[in-house]
Design a protein around this ligand. Sequence first.
Ligand code: MRU
Length: 354
Amino acid sequence: MNKAQSPVNYQPIEWKGDFVKLLDQTLLPAEEVYEEITDYHQMMTAIKELKIRGAPAIGVAGAYGMVLGARQLTARSAAGFQKQLHEVAIEISGTRLTARNLFWAIDRMENIATKGKNVEEIKTALLKEAKKIHAEEADATFDLSKNGAELIKDGATILTHCNTGPLATTGYGTALGIVIYAFKQGKKIQVYADETRPLLQGARLTTWELRKIGIPVTLITDSMAGYFMKKGKIDCAIVGADRIAANGDTANKIGTYSVAVLAKENHVPFYVAAPTSTFDLSLSSGNRIPIEQRSQMEVTHIKGVPIAPRYVSAANPAFDVTPNKYITAIITEKGIIRKPITNRKISDKQLKLI
Ligand code: MRU
């Protein structure tokens, strides 16, 4: 990270010269275990199993996955190598469906590979690009956190959903980055964290990160958000994003849409925070965002323990789409896109902030 030191003393992902060191997020908060990732299949498994997760962090993991994949290729000519690398890119792209950052990072990696004249040159360029993506994403979250902190009043109580902190981004965080920045400005703030069923990123990761920094946090179940908003306990809701369409519709962790609707009903500002790498301007609306469907077992079991009758069928869309009309503003590293986002698309003036 160039612009700012990490606000925490752990890193979700690090390039270690020859391998990638990953903090296994599935084991948190009980255990802080690091894994050495030495080949791209291992990286694909880590992404699929959510050992590394959160849209910006997935993008960084995908980029390093391409570096590891490149080391396993056999082609000797630049053209042959680029062709084989494309196969690796397709495989890595298949690990998670919704987070735009993964495809954005892989496109950048493939693009840089086309510029190399021989295999060694391509491999060197790939590593340089992956490190650049990593640093840029971390910097972007610092800048967006600083921008977003303007919206946070001293004494505010903030509701958040899922996990959007340093674990999810490799930098400050998106929604949680704003919270961390505001806290470091000396604002007395507190957080209500939705537990975020089914995989409990809010309960396991958000509370863990906030407690490490010393920010007061109250854990609630997803179904309690409306209760606390109606009671006037929440000053604003801030969430991250996995993909934002050209009209501002936003895909984020399942349950975000419900938070947004409840926020509107209760006159609570609802903010989305994301680096510009999360925008997908090729999609005119959120209806076109692909939604990852995950295993039923994530719903019927918690940590391998069944919580429902055997063989009951369960649905598990991992993300939902919040229509732009519920979003008060989208906070990026380049600035804040405020209302009105029109129904058709983000205006040209607002596009300059993407
Ligand atoms: O399935 P996950 O844990 O990768 O989902 C993460 C989220 O939905 C986050 O809110 C999102 O990536 C936004 S910002 C890091």
